[in-house]
Ligand binder design. Structure first.
Ligand SMILES: [Zn+2]
Length: 229
């Protein structure tokens, strides 16, 4: 399960690994927290028009990646807060789709700029994974009234960490990651691509940097937490 703030964050953060795991038979669920209605420099679009466009792009990218389930929580872009309501929505998705591993924004990154929504999505996901989804006395109505069961997530993988502790070889899947990323057509101009460079080149440059010294061409770096048995 990939839990992310804005349309395109999932492909940027975990796309190479997700493509690899889908190819190996894994079932993947995306949980998109906001509607992406504020992330543009294009003043001709209303937030509602932008949100519709971004939802369609996210659906296309998820289909292309072979993602089985796409949950859209619909919070306003720039409006994520660490609230009981938001945490309950993330817990509900975890209890409904029961992932072994959850991918999320690293909320503890301090070495570079990070969108507030990314920090909020990361912290709420961290708490939802443990202990809120696991323990039946948290959000008990999901269990008594909605028919869900508590669920223990085994692993939590943060993308964008200051210090990675796992590097995944994504040499065979990086082209699919990039192809999915460009499905977010309204976002591509805003993805901080240097003049003369394509988004694919930018992604590959960072992935080559992550792979340095590991004996493969492209890597994806994460900070991985494993739950005790
Ligand atoms: Zn984002």
């Amino acid at each position: 399960m990939v839990i992310f703030a804005h349309p395109d964050d999932a492909e940027i953060g975990s796309g190479g690994v997700v493509a690899r795991w889908v190819a190996a038979g894994g079932e993947v669920t995306y949980v998109l927290c906001t509607d992406g209605g504020a992330g543009t420099a294009d003043r001709s679009l209303t937030p509602a028009e932008l949100a519709d466009k971004r939802a369609a792009e996210q659906r296309a990218a998820a289909d292309f990646m072979g993602v089985k389930n796409l949950v859209m929580l619909g919070y306003p872009d720039g409006g994520l807060e660490d609230t009981v309501e938001f945490r309950g929505d993330v817990v509900r998705a975890i209890r409904a789709y029961r992932p072994h591993t959850v991918f999320a924004h690293d909320p503890y990154r301090i070495r570079s700029f990070q969108h507030r929504d990314h920090r909020m999505a990361g912290i709420v996901t961290t708490d939802a994974v443990y202990p809120f989804a696991r323990d039946h006395l948290h959000f008990p109505r999901q269990i008594t009234a909605e028919g869900l069961a508590p669920h223990k997530v085994r692993e939590l993988w943060y993308w964008g960490p200051d210090e990675a502790n796992i590097i995944v070889d994504v040499t065979d899947s990086i082209d699919q990651q990039i192809a999915a990323l460009v499905r977010h057509q309204s976002q591509v101009p805003g993805l901080n691509v240097a003049p003369g460079q394509t988004i694919g080149e930018r992604v590959k440059r960072a992935a080559a940097e992550a792979a340095k010294g590991y004996g493969f061409e492209y890597g994806a770096a994460f900070r991985r937490l494993v739950a005790r048995r």
